[in-house]
Design a binder for this molecule. Structure first.
Ligand code: AP5
Ligand code: MG
Length: 215
């Protein structure tokens, strides 16, 4: 199964992606998470993308598209994958379609998670992440079982550099301007499914499973 998770910052893409990928045993490909791990490692790519991420701007396509294509060429993507945070504008959506078409493949389902801006701001204010392994938590809704440490690797949890309110507002503005138009793109292809994302994490997952398990 080849899936795209679409939605504004903070709607719960990463949270649902983990549950979906565990259930179907497919890789979770989050461009944001890959970029953040590169920033934490201080790699060449990390140094190049950090300036964009900190300001809430999109990383340029020449860095993003090759990263995704290299990842999709790995063996573990043969039986499916979930893309989280990519594509993010019409050009990326078209490049992805071309890339998959060349291999005789296509996206099966695009899940659009929808949440009001008020709920998004509340969720992002409470988000804490592990700088080492990328695991994500929420002080109110999904706390780590070991306090302010990561329950996977034990590192001290931090706030994302782009979770300051002024940067979140910039990310939301960019989503509304350049990402939202790809909803129509996938709707026209007949693969778009809308998910109400304000329930609790497990109820949302159940409605996603119902969609993914129907032909
Ligand atoms: P990216 O990492 O993709 O960030 P985003 O799209 O802004 O989304 P978030 O990760 O902020 O939110 P999410 O939907 O994953 O929510 P989460 O599950 O964490 O991108 C970051 C940056 O990288 C971009 O700004 C850009 O610079 C760059 N970038 C990435 N991809 C790019 C691309 N393709 N092209 C160019 N640049 C790119 O949930 C949020 C919080 O809410 C968590 O604390 C969670 O625990 C909690 N929560 C989740 N679900 C629920 C629920 N149902 N109830 C209560 N709390 C919940
Ligand atoms: Mg995320």
């Amino acid at each position: 199964m080849k899936i795209i998770l679409l939605g504004a910052p903070g709607v719960g893409k990463g949270t649902q992606a983990e549950l979906i990928c565990d259930h179907f045993n497919i890789p979770h490909i989050s461009t944001g998470k890959l970029f953040r791990l590169n920033v934490a490692e201080g790699s060449d790519l990390g140094l190049q993308v950090n300036e964009y991420i900190k300001k809430g701007k999109l990383v340029p396509d020449y860095l993003t598209i090759s990263l995704v294509e290299d990842r999709l060429n790995k063996d573990d993507c043969k039986n499916g994958f979930l893309l989280d945070g990519f594509p993010r504008d019409e050009n990326q959506a078209k490049e992805l379609e071309l890339f998959l078409n060349k291999k005789g493949e296509h996206i099966d389902k695009v899940l659009l998670i929808e949440v009001s801006e008020k709920v998004i701001l509340d969720r992002i204010a409470g988000r804490r992440v592990c700088p080492k392994c990328g695991e994500s938590y929420n002080v109110k809704y999904n706390p780590s079982k070991v306090g302010d440490k990561c329950q996977v690797c034990g590192s001290e949890l931090i706030q994302r550099s782009d979770d300051k309110e002024e940067v979140v507002l910039e990310r939301l503005a960019i989503y509304n301007k350049v990402t939202k138009p790809i909803i129509d793109y996938y709707n026209a292809l007949g693969v778009l499914y809308r998910i109400q994302g304000e329930d609790d994490i497990n109820d949302i997952f159940k409605s996603i499973l119902a969609i993914l398990e129907t032909d």
